[in-house]
Design a protein around this ligand. Structure first.
Ligand code: G6P
Length: 537
């Protein structure tokens, strides 16, 4: 097993100086280093991967048991071993079938809950469920992490399909977030969704209570205008939200994988049942592709292997996700949770230390905005940042096709520039053409050199429809899964977020002055003292 990694590293060391551009001397380069699935086109030819490296990576996936683990996930086995849970977000988008957890078919409840959520969303949209002041004009989803990032990203992505009430997302415990969201809203015509798998997350519960107090100023019974999305339906009841307004899901749906079920209610209200169903269909199509396609043609597998080549083999610590699609502006934030909370771990499933680097730092912004900000570093910085471009062949604004042409030209030009670079000779020629000479020519030319040979991939899709969005998100989910299996870690727990939460709970009384903070370090105590001195809390 370790042998394949060593072979990959040796292969990389031997080839690392070779030029990506020269790999295109082979006429079948693009065909071999690209793959398609149901309208998605993934091009990974602008990387240093060659036939040898790709076959070693595919061998790695086989040896690491990706296929068996994939079957185990889809069939409801408890592959989240540290929490003893199945991992079945795929069931949330399945049309039918038999999926057993502890011997019981989960699909009847999944389908019934889906129907309840869609019916409820429809009733909010058509005004058959109303607030004290009449039909709902606004919906606020209060949640954080997986109960916010996915639905918020998807709601923004599908703006052309919005034909329901306005949907807002509040996540931060910073009072500024809920304060600004409530500005201008009519409490009598606002629906509040409290989205929390555990129904204990302090940010969400604090915001939910603030929203309830705001509503109670004019609404006789705010609980009638509240909805809960949670696995802890009893806790939703304790908060005062009745069972008829609570939509539950099981513990086998991870928070960051949950937008396909009740956690997607905000999106359902924004776009309606039909568009939401297309969104599920897109994800289900990707599930089928992931299960059925050969590893060598399998998009999630290829994305994972390219990512691991860059991170674990070539040693590039970060990965930029660059959607040339403004409506995917929250995709990088969503992927930060999906990828980093899933694969940012230092121990293997069995508790032993991980023998290699965990998943990369994921970051990004939509193009073309990023070009005018951080692309300087991507092109000329001393560290290589593998880039993942995403772009639609068609926009949603036919009358603005010239905008779209510019957008696509920029996207394709960036990956070309990263690969091609600009040599010193070319830079010198440019400076000579400007009339420079001697030392000044040399100095100015040096600043205009681009090393090039920087890898990128491009995911091209027809248009950002609900179906396509479903495909793309499921593609990334499965990519994270494959990377996790190859690393041998549990991608479905998140113990690393616990310590900070515990310390925050312990610090609150120190900030209020109720506790002296005995045992705290000097830095923390000095910061607390400075905050208290300012008198803001
Ligand atoms: O949905 P909730 O239970 O409120 O959890 C919200 C989020 O908080 C936790 O800290 C986890 O790190 C996330 O995985 C989760 O999505």
């Amino acid at each position: 097993m370790g042998e394949i990694w060593s072979e990959l590293r040796a292969h990389n060391a031997a080839k690392v100086q070779s030029k990506i551009l020269e790999l295109f001397n082979k006429s079948d380069r693009v065909a071999k280093f690209s793959a398609r699935a149901d309208g998605l086109y993934f091009d990974f030819s602008k990387t240093q991967l060659d036939d040898g490296a790709l076959s070693l990576l595919l061998e790695l996936a086989r040896v690491k048991g990706v296929e068996a683990r994939r079957a185990a996930m889809f069939s409801g086995e408890k592959i989240n071993e540290t929490e003893g849970r199945a991992v079945l977000h795929t069931a949330l988008r399945a049309a039918s079938g038999l999926i057993l957890v502890d011997g019981e078919d989960v699909m009847p409840v999944v389908l019934a809950t889906r129907a309840r959520c869609l019916d409820f969303a429809q009733a909010v949209r058509d005004g058959s469920i109303v607030g004290q002041g009449g039909s709902y004009t606004d919906v606020i989803n209060i949640g954080i992490g997986g109960s916010d990032l996915g639905p918020k990203m998807a709601t923004l992505a599908l703006a052309p399909y919005h034909d329901g009430p306005r949907v807002h997302y509040v996540s931060n415990v910073d009072g500024a977030d809920i304060n600004d969201a409530l500005q201008g809203l009519d409490p009598e015509r606002t629906l509040v969704i409290v989205a929390s798998k555990t129904f204990t997350t302090i940010e969400t519960m604090t915001n939910a209570r603030t929203a309830r107090d705001w509503m109670a100023r004019t609404v006789t019974d705010p609980s009638k205008q509240f909805v809960a999305l949670s696995s802890a339906t009893d806790k939703a009841g304790e908060f005062g939200i009745p069972p008829g307004r609570t939509f539950g899901f099981e513990d086998w749906v991870g928070g960051r994988y949950s937008l396909w079920g009740p956690i997607g209610l905000g999106l359902m209200i924004a776009v309606g049942a039909q568009a939401f169903q297309h969104f599920l269909d897109g994800a289900a199509a990707m599930d089928r592709h992931f299960q059925d396609a050969d590893l060598a043609d399998n998009l999630p597998v290829l994305l994972a292997l390219v990512g691991m080549w860059h991170n674990q083999v070539q040693g590039h610590a970060t990965r930029a996700v660059l959607p040339y699609d403004n409506r995917l502006s929250r995709l990088p934030a969503y992927l930060q949770q999906l990828e980093m909370e899933s694969n940012g771990k230092s121990v293997a499933m069995d508790g032993s230390a991980l023998a290699m680097n965990s998943g990369p730092v994921v970051w990004g912004e939509p193009g073309t905005n990023g070009q005018h900000a951080f692309y300087q570093l991507i092109h000329q910085g001393t560290r290589v940042v593998p880039c993942e471009f995403l772009v639609a062949a068609k926009g949603h604004e036919p009358e603005l096709a010239h905008h779209h042409r510019l957008l696509v030209a920029n996207c394709l030009a960036q990956s070309e520039a990263l690969m091609r670079g600009r040599s010193l000779d070319e830079a010198r020629e440019m400076m000579a053409a400007k009339g420079l000479e001697g030392a000044e020519l040399a100095r100015q030319a040096a600043h205009r050199v681009f090393s090039g040979n920087r890898p990128s991939t491009t995911l091209l899709y027809d248009q950002l429809t609900p179906f396509t969005l479903g495909q793309i998100i499921a593609l990334y989910e499965h990519r994270v899964f494959v990377e996790g299996v190859i690393l041998g870690i549990n991608s479905f727990d998140q113990w690393g977020v616990e310590l900070g939460k515990e310390l925050a709970v312990a610090l609150e009384p120190v900030l209020s002055g109720a506790d002296e903070g005995a045992g705290k370090d000097g830095s923390t105590l000095a910061l607390v003292a400075a905050v208290r001195a300012a008198g803001g809390i």
